[in-house]
Design a protein around this ligand. Structure first.
Ligand code: BG6
Length: 461
């Protein structure tokens, strides 16, 4: 029997991208950010030695891309502003060339009836500020808030949906715990301070926005629902702690304005509370978000530790649980991530039951595939696996909405294949592929499927 998956009217259909991954660092005038610096100093850390200069060239080709977005059924698109492009030194003078560029992009989107969702920070700390300690330095909070205010003042007349950060936990984990991003620190104490300062910067920007503008401002979190191996109390505890560290450490302060008591207790017990000031509590409490972007890729399956940590090893979140490789789980064979479509539903139910049913949307969901050229037939990538992936997640999102969840849209990661940090072009996610030599864009099969789905505001099966 055919089932209809019709979404509420006004549902946001679109995709997401970020400045560093698409614009091309060498295009226009831009101050250095940590990616430029790291690539210059350690190019071998990047897949096939490819850095942020080698992109789809959105900077020069955005008009063609926006035309393609329109043809792909987009009524919304998330981009990010590169802080070091707008304010090359991180603080002070604004770069007029960057203002002109972002104005043109925003105007072009609006002219095509595509709502611009603008994110202020996607892993791209200006190098001048990183040299002063980056998020470890409390002064950087003021620099960020000043940058956010500039962006609101310049573009806030047209941009009505803002985000302060994309996946703020990623720079914490990758940059300060696991040696995966610059500055390649491995130190939980410093990581916790970075996480805390990021949330203060976030709250400062929310405050500044609410004082002067009437649009919406939120944050984008990569939520990874934790599933325990079993109902055994030890596994349940492991899962609860994983959830505390990886979801609630950002979700609670962003939506509820306070950190979970259990997280504070845990950090206190291990002597890892961050340095705070008395006024921080009110800043967080009074400046919660209007909406939430949810990036969902994969769940986190955990089990209680088989072995206790070495008493001399430094504190790490991984002290508290082990990863659990659930037998029979459905893997993306090309990227190595688990595909668990119901996770999207579980997140939405959690937001409904525990976070006041805050307005949210899927701000990223996508399927990375290596060597995607294998799937070319008659000049086009036949990415049926991506269509199935999107459909599977949309079905669960639809169910969540039918049960009263406040989910307002779905954005694919990403519009066209892009440069992905250390993974460079290893995994391709786009509706469009890009010939990196000629910069020619070619729609994949998923682009036409999405266009039709967006146009009908749903699909049937
Ligand atoms: C998301 C990030 O978490 O993952 C994106 O917001 C990133 O910036 C995407 O590109 C895919 O990552 P990867 O490593 O599979 O290319």
């Amino acid at each position: 029997m055919t089932k209809n998956y019709q979404f509420p009217s006004g549902f946001w259909w679109g995709s997401a991208a970020s400045a560093t991954q698409t614009e091309g660092s060498h295009n226009g005038t831009k101050g250095k950010d940590i990616w430029d610096h790291w690539f210059e100093t350690e190019p071998n850390r990047f897949f096939e030695g490819v850095g942020p200069y080698y992109t789809s060239d959105f900077y020069n080709r955005f008009k063609e891309d926006i035309k393609n977005m329109k043809a792909t059924g987009h009524n919304s698109f998330r981009l990010s502003i590169a802080w070091a492009r707008l304010i090359p030194a991180g603080t002070g003078e604004v770069n007029q060339e960057a203002v002109d560029f972002y104005n043109q992009v925003i105007n072009e989107l609006i002219a095509n009836e595509i709502e611009p969702f603008v994110n202020l920070y996607h892993f791209d700390m200006p190098m001048t500020l990183q040299e002063k300690g980056g998020w470890e330095n409390r002064d950087v909070i003021d620099a960020y808030v000043a940058y956010a205010q500039q962006a609101f003042a310049l573009f806030g007349d047209r941009v009505k949906t803002w985000f302060t950060f994309n996946e703020p936990i990623v720079p914490v984990e990758a940059g300060y715990l696991y040696d995966m991003h610059y500055p390649n620190v491995v130190d939980a104490r410093r990581a916790i301070q970075v996480a805390y300062h990021t949330m203060l910067a976030h709250a400062g920007a929310v405050k500044a926005y609410h004082q002067a503008y009437d649009g919406k401002i939120g944050i984008i979190l990569n939520l990874t629902p934790s599933y325990p191996r079993s109902q055994h109390p030890a596994d349940l505890k492991a899962s609860r702690i994983a959830n505390l560290f990886f979801n609630r450490s950002f979700l609670d302060p962003a939506v509820k304005g306070e950190y979970p008591a259990e997280l504070i207790e845990l950090l206190k017990e291990y002597g890892h509370l961050p340095t705070t000031l008395p006024e921080d509590r009110a800043l967080l409490k009074e400046n919660t978000v209007d909406l939430l972007g949810v990036n969902y890729y994969q769940p986190r399956r955990v089990k209680a530790k088989d072995h206790l940590p070495n008493p001399h090893s430094p504190f790490m979140p991984s002290w508290f649980f082990d990863r659990y490789e659930m037998p029979g789980r459905n893997m993306n064979p090309y990227r190595g991530w688990e595909i668990y479509e119901k996770g999207i539903y579980d997140i939405m139910i959690d937001l409904k039951e525990n976070y006041g049913n805050i307005e949210s949307f899927i701000s990223e969901n996508g399927m990375g595939v290596q060597d995607e050229q294998r799937f070319i037939k008659e000049g086009r990538i036949e990415d049926d696996y991506r269509i199935e992936f999107i459909k599977g997640h949309l079905k669960w999102l639809h169910k969540a909405i039918s049960e009263g969840c406040n989910a307002k849209g779905y954005h694919l990661w990403t519009f066209m294949d892009n440069w992905s940090w250390m993974n460079a072009y290893k995994n391709r996610y786009g509706f469009f592929s890009v010939n990196l030599e000629t910069k020619e864009r070619t729609a994949k099969k998923s682009a036409s499927w999405f266009a039709e789905t967006a146009q009908k505001n749903g699909f049937s099966e």
